[in-house]
Write a new protein. Sequence first.
Lengths: 115, 442, 553
Amino acid sequence: MTERFILIPGRTSKQGCGVSEGKFDQVYQQEITTLQVAPADMKRMGLANGDRVRVTTESGRQIDVAVTAATGDELPAGLLFIAYGDLSSRLMDGETHGSGMPTSKGFDVTMEKLA
Amino acid sequence: MATPPVTKPIELPSTVITDATCTFCGCVCDDIDITVKDNHITDAKRACVLGKSWFYSHGADDRPDCLVDGKPALVAEGVERAARILTDAKYPIVYGLSDTTSEAQRVAVAIGDAIAGTVDTTTSVCHGPSGMAFQGVGEVTCTLGEVANRGDLIIFWGGNPAESHPRHFSKYSLMPKGMFVPNGRKDRTAVGVDVRKTKTAKAMDLFFQIKPRSDFEALWTLRALAKGIEVDPEKVKSDTGIELSRWQDLMARMKAAKFGVILFGMGLTMTRGKHLNSEALLSLARDMNAFTRFVVKPMRGHGNVTGADNVVTWQTGYPFGVNMSRGYPRFNPGEYTTSDTLARGEADAALLVACDPMANFSQPARERLKSIPYIALDPKDTPTTRSAAVAFTTATYGINTPGTVYRMDDVPIFLRPALSSTHPTDFEVLTAIHRRVTELKK
Amino acid sequence: MSSGYFKIAGGTVYDPRHGVDGQVRDIWIRDGRIVEPPSDASVRPDRTLDASGLVVMPGGVDMHCHIAGPKVNAARKMRPEQKRKAEKIVRTSNTRSGTMGSVPSTFATGYKYAGLGYTTAFDAAIPPLAARHVHEEFEDTPCLDKGFFVLMGNNHFVMESIHRKEPEKLRSFIAWLLGAAKGFTPKVVNPGGVEIWKQLPSGNVHGLDENVAHFDVTARQIIEQIARAVDALKLPHSVHLHCNNLGMPGNWRTTLETMKTFGDSRGHLAHIQFHSYGGGEGDENTFNSKVVELVEYVNTHPNLTVDVGQVLFGETTTMTADGPLGYYLSNAFKSKWFSSDTEMESGCGIAPIEYKNTSLVHSLQWAIGLEWYLLAKDPWRVVMSTDHPNGGSFLAYPQIIQLLMDRTYRQDMLKLVHPAVLERSTLADLTREYTLFEICIITRSGPARILGLANKGHLGPGADADITIYTPNDDKTKMFELPRMVIKSGVAIVEHGEVREPLTGKLLYVAPEYDTSIETDIAEWFEKYYSIRFRNYGVPLDYLHDPEEIACD
């Protein structure tokens, strides 16, 4: 089942610490390769922590990533969150709309559970 | 030509350095007491979790000062190769600068001038859009001490300082017992506006969980309410996800404040609208000054990205995205900004200082970067340094090197280093590259 | 065998301090200073410039301009639209590129000032919290010796010590603060007014005796006490004041009262043109010139000096530490607006402006500036300035010179401005023409003396070898726009309009003595309210590139 979501990449404490501790180390890598999903969305899509999904943008950029349930009501249904890093960068288009800033938050994606 | 900061070899004068500065985020806390033992920092009193990571992760290492094509080389060899890469290029770019001293930034811009290149900083992917909005409408702002002494209504919009700037609440925006807010937190109302219920949201008195990509509509709703212009409640609700009555209540509180403050982050600059979102917020703050005192502050993420803005502005006249191909500065976001010069395949060489575009840039930009020769300066091993033709391991600013940085509110602070490093400083490497580039260009 | 001497031979020399009024003389330079000719007549100079027929003056001294620091840099950032079509400052093998418009970039600022023959400039208003920023920008502003004035008129410690009637403490604090920032003298801008602006929407102070809430002091007290402290400290320059009510019709009364407030203390009133307006409360239609009344007071009170703050027609940028003024101007002109409040110290406001010769107010402002120059009896106490860039760019100085020296040119320009100038000012009746000697005073010798710079503004032995050589021309704008040569610290830095050697220049500062026990009090107050650590506030000497302390005596 493929559903539409809005993806928000952002900073987290762990990602920030990871920047100092080393971008090739466990803490950072773990943090930036984990996609947070709202509990209700996890349930409806039959996802458990650690399951892998495929996230695809409107322009066809794609990542495969492990999911984890967001804590409590932190994330509203329909939103996905991932810490800034290589995976979130892979989904960014080059277009900056004349601003110098590529769209880096709030982009439309589809998500499907991988077998 | 920038003069070198005082770089006397640092003999460890004592094992505790007080009033030291953390440069991890834009808070630039200068009240850290650092304990040094055997060339490692073992304690950083008052540092937040990000600061502690920053201090504890920078100790002595035995990585080579310079790698050319991935192999250890002398710094002089790296400088020579770097200078040739930059002077052979048709469209060289200089990018980054946000995590180094202003003394080093000044040399980096000098290099950009000497090679007729394009100079851009991480601002272009951070608050560059806010800078563009600033050029359109201006900005009403203040230093952080004014927030601490006067701010009684604090709005956090599109940012999560609880995770990105952990000491901001306690040091500047919510907790301080200030001259005109003597009861600290009790004298303040904290308001959050975001699409997620973040850690920051939980620290607020009021939280507006708006629909994603509706910041522009929300801000213009507030502008209309400030001026007493009627708005359609249905449209407001459907656009923003929030009832008009809640926005009305917020506006009433804003007008009743003595000194309102809006601190804003990437939620505005990185989403649909970008500089138009920033412009709406800057305009709202301006509008509010007809009723009460109101200020805004962009939350800057890196320790010296504000310095980068300042240095590039005073030397060229423009804050980022500056092209000097014709021998004089020209400015055009979207044209000369690095996401674009890379993604469109225009840049054919790069000097990257204190940044990690290989981790953070869009896919097309990263692909281009991988295909061109570039030089990287960084204290750490990062995706960017790993694909560089020339990589310099440099001393860490603030921990190893002295120098000047600018806090997010433009206050200049001098760094008090804790331990010496065997690696050269950004300033030294850039000065050497500048000298060689100048010789080659004659 | 190099003798180390550089000789400027046979120039027509103007050195008002030594009474030299266009006499043909040689000037000898060695080791960056002007010296007596070598006693041994056989000693040959390494270089001789044949200056016969050329005018030789000391290097220009701009004692009130805005060229560095957070306010100036914010203005640079805010005005990209001016730069693309302005003159392009192209990189050369020994100069950096840059941009112009009303707020030039730093390298361009240095080159352009030097290009006009200026060798010293003082930034008029810096909050001490930003001192390091200024020192950094100064290092990137070549060809000039520089210094700055330190904002104190809305400083909390200052207001508190005045309220508690502790002049000793005030004096020590001022001395400490100047040393901490490496600044030159206290600058007072709209005393009390900026603090009220921080407290209230459109907040300001409208009279000298209005109470400043929370601090319970008045502008009058602030001015009087700081002026006395400055004299007690024997600072080389007096307190430097931007009066309350700048720009308001009818403000001449505030200005006159302010002048009286100084008593016998030295005082310098900045950009006096903006403070010389008659007219009703807020009624712009009766706006008129009160220069005659004000200049009478200045003429008869030698403790006072002024710089004019000349307005020129065209687009420029207003930038001021007077926060409420910035807001007022941006609303008046519906322009973009920058404002920043600096904790404990000051504020600032920036707004673009266009002075139009079709505007009654702007035309009067232009005329009032010229009235000041023409009606002031003592040229040693009236200084040329545009309050760059508030009234106009420093690049307009040659034009002002022509307006002062050539009454036909002036009368011609009068025909092009708003006709109300004829009834509301005396400019049409003023036939005085400045001489070169007087121009030399108001652009170099006078400001050097007012600043207390013993080695500037003259050509006697011991002076810094800062010299400008002009080719005489009946068109005075042309003459002063393009010096034949500019010498700075004995080095020919500009020749035929080209920058040859962009030296960094010195930082001129004062470090008056004070009772250091006050630092305990200051530190306690500081740690309570400032957002940085006390220890990280002051600027140590080794931070500076080429500092020169000017003595307090």
